[in-house]
Design a protein around this ligand. Sequence first.
Ligand SMILES: NC(=O)c1ccc[n+]([C@@H]2O[C@H](COP(=O)([O-])OP(=O)(O)OC[C@H]3O[C@@H](n4cnc5c(N)ncnc54)[C@H](OP(=O)(O)O)[C@@H]3O)[C@@H](O)[C@H]2O)c1
Length: 330
Amino acid sequence: MEAAAAPAAAAKKSSTVCVTGAGGFVASWLVKLLLSTGRYAVRGTVRDPGDGKNAHLLALEGAGERLQLVKADMLDYSSVASAVAGCEGVFHVASPVPYGQSSNPEADVIAPAVTGTLNVLKACKEAEVKRVVVVSSVSAVFNNPNWPKGKAFTEDSWSDEEYCRKNEEWYFLSKTLAEHEAFAYAAKTGLDIVTICPSLVIGPLMQRTVNTSVKVFLSYIKGDQETVQNGFKNLVDVRDVTDALLLAYENPQASGRYLCNSPPIRVSDIVNILIKSSFPTYTYPKNFVEFEGGYTYDTEKLRKLGWTYRPMEETLRDSIECYRRLGILN
Ligand SMILES: NC(=O)c1ccc[n+]([C@@H]2O[C@H](COP(=O)([O-])OP(=O)(O)OC[C@H]3O[C@@H](n4cnc5c(N)ncnc54)[C@H](OP(=O)(O)O)[C@@H]3O)[C@@H](O)[C@H]2O)c1
């Protein structure tokens, strides 16, 4: 672990938690949430603490006193072990989320997800971390040809590894393998592990780089295609995902995996909300071809923990305002 990029002094009485991949889309919002509670000192891992792409973290309220950025690569066990040493809790968020196909999926996607998760868990066990919350994905849930057609997915469904391999869905495979390994490790060692499986995460960006899920979301609404399929989309606000992560960490009753998704919404409804909420001139798709396929998710288990989600209107409005401010949309 190299020199901290920010003062490391943890506030008295706050417990120290580690967030892996702190500069990413989801993790940045999680760091912000954790700091805002006043209950935590946060150790965020990044691959390069000196990189300006992490500057938004250091500008957060409370960062000066309670945020420390440390260098760690998930594939380098000793850096991971140093990062989690002394932490009461760990949020393992870091994992590659590729846009498009990789030429070397084993090295680029699967190893960082699977070996990375195992490295984090082993380090947590060694450091006697009380609970680890792992960010998985609905990608580890829905790619299951044996699930009854039309039935909402529950936490009981697991994506089929062979099916993922056959279809070269490497990201889905990486999340499925990593989450399986996490629960196998929990069963073997007794480490307290909870996983959250979000759908496509959208919302305002804190960092300046556009991550994969926001690129995917923009492809739904950008006028690149005049005609689009009007299927249901499963989206969730990044701020609601971080609420779920905190609930999963703080609620002693939380266990196992949790699906995290807002009610599905059709592409035409997304476009209509945007048109009504003062973005009428944007070049949206014009024709919608009705399409009845698509998945639904049962989020009752997470809602029983007290999870709620924002109205999609708010998510869309905040997202578009942010993307315009950053120049991603005009
Ligand atoms: N966004 C979604 O729609 C969505 C949905 C479900 C689940 N998830 C999960 O949520 C998590 C965060 O996703 P995100 O959307 O926030 O993606 P993101 O912005 O691309 O963040 C991914 C983070 O992982 C880090 N990372 C990747 N490989 C690493 C390695 N070998 N060592 C250390 N750090 C590494 C990246 O660091 P660098 O900046 O250094 O590359 C980055 O900070 C992932 O686990 C993803 O699978 C995301």
